[in-house]
Design a protein around this ligand. Structure first.
Ligand SMILES: Cc1cc2nc3c(=O)[nH]c(=O)nc-3n(C[C@H](O)[C@H](O)[C@H](O)COP(=O)(O)O)c2cc1C
Length: 197
């Protein structure tokens, strides 16, 4: 193929597929009655309208991960969890604040993989009485160790003003721009980091 043909030819389906990022929206809580699925669905609704990446909700609870160190590590859930993460280029963590940090379930899920996290990008959407900010900052420290590049923009939902009775998500419109900006950054960095893997 000549140089000119190459630069003027439309991308093949294969190339488009390779350049489209797979982004997992990871639900960071697993308790009975949790609100994280509502937050995840709301984010996916916004993300899918953009048409710029494949967005998928990833529910930690579905993998039935054992507590790290309590088994020999051969449960199929651990392998499935690692395979799922390996298939993704970037992440959006839906983070609930539990005792000023992330939930134990999310920490356990983070600990149960290593290479599958490396050289990928992530954004955080957190919630809590102060927008889950303290939990999100803890997660940023963990991501440093896992070589996950965390983007700057961080939408924070208040349990008081973005939820009815702290349990039904009714997000204020002001979050929309921030969510889109965060997704812009996750997509851009996911693509850039793919070149390292
Ligand atoms: C064990 C526990 C600890 C919590 N600690 C905090 C906290 O430190 N700060 C805060 O803002 N909210 C705290 N909360 C409130 C949670 O952020 C709130 O219940 C939220 O809905 C939890 O997310 P989930 O519904 O997805 O599980 C705590 C809730 C639980 C169950």
């Amino acid at each position: 193929m000549s140089f000119f043909t190459k630069i003027f030819t439309k991308q093949s389906k294969e190339e488009v597929k390779m350049n489209t990022m797979n982004i997992g929206i990871i639900l960071g809580s697993t308790r009975e009655g949790r609100v994280s699925p509502q937050v995840g669905e709301w984010l996916k609704g916004i993300a899918d309208k953009r048409g710029d990446a494949n967005y998928e909700i990833i529910d930690i609870a579905e993998f039935q991960l054992p507590f790290m160190g309590t088994t020999d590590g051969t449960e199929p859930g651990i392998a499935a969890w690692n395979e799922k993460l390996a298939s993704l280029d970037g992440f959006v963590f839906v983070v609930a604040e539990y005792n000023h940090s992330i939930s134990g379930a999310l920490k356990n899920a983070l600990d149960l993989a290593r290479e599958a996290w490396n050289n990928k990008a992530a954004g955080i959407v957190s919630y809590g009485s102060t927008g889950g900010a303290r939990a999100a900052e803890h997660l940023r420290g963990i991501m440093g160790e896992l070589m996950i590049a965390d983007v700057r923009t961080h939408p924070t939902l208040s349990l008081f003003t973005d939820f009815e009775n702290g349990s039904v998500l009714k997000p204020q419109d002001l979050h929309l721009d921030n969510v889109n900006l965060m997704l812009d950054q996750v997509n851009a960095w996911s693509g850039a980091l793919k070149t390292l893997r």
